[in-house]
Write a protein that binds this ligand. Sequence first.
Ligand code: GLU
Length: 295
Amino acid sequence: MTGASPYIGRFAPSPSGPLHAGSLVAALASFLDARVHGGRWLLRIEDIDETRTVAGAAEDIIAALAALDMHSDGPVLVQSRRKERYQAARDQLGALAYPCGCSRKEIADSRVGTASDGAAIYPGTCRNGLAPGKTARTLRLRVPDAGRDGERVDFEDRWLGPQSQHLATEVGDFVLQRADGFWAYQLAVVVDDADQGVTDVVRGADLLDSTARQIYLQRMLGYPTPRYLHVPLMMNESGEKFSKQNGAQALDLAQPLEELQRAAGFLGLDTGAAGDRAAFWALALAGWEKRFGPR
Ligand code: GLU
């Protein structure tokens, strides 16, 4: 990567349960990508939604990653300790962020349309001030109207190829601070990626749809945009995302080689010939480098 900024990657689990096979895929992909680029790999605990935090889960995840040979190359950032940073970013956004008094039901009833993530698109009711009798519930970020500069966000995904999202029609003005007072994931992740100097985001494809919002926020805050690579999601037997919410089992850390091989296999890396972890890492890194390494 001559001339380019040094690579910084990250893995950013939410501590809502132990590391499971699905999250290991994202951890492994981000780790391999950092290593083949001679970069650093940072861990971040995304506990900004404190309603979902499970006590002890962050420590369990860090210990599980360590048992699988993956250690953060720097201090672990913890979102719940960074609320002042998110407030400062909000302040920097000025009038681009505005208070909204609409309930979820009112937004759904307005039937403007459904966003790509399944949520109802916000109709813009409070864009020019709260309606009489309303009190602020959330804080929203104004996105460009159709026909205005910056209305479409385009980016190249290193796994999936060219991506494009039209903010006004596919997303709408989105929430930066929730009705319960917690900062929204979209704001926290953008501030954190910038503060950690992240150059490359490698994560699960469930977050592909959030990427345009994050790029737009980066632009509004004057932050650089990292490169993105979204890996396929592991599904359970009923075709749902394999997640802590639908009871995904924790990894069997008594069998670290098998767990690593399973995650690598899901990423299309053939590490079956590895008899131990050193051989596993050699094969996995060579396989990833061939596909995604620096050219
Ligand atoms: N905290 C998110 C999750 O566990 C990941 C966010 C990200 O990688 O941007 O799904």
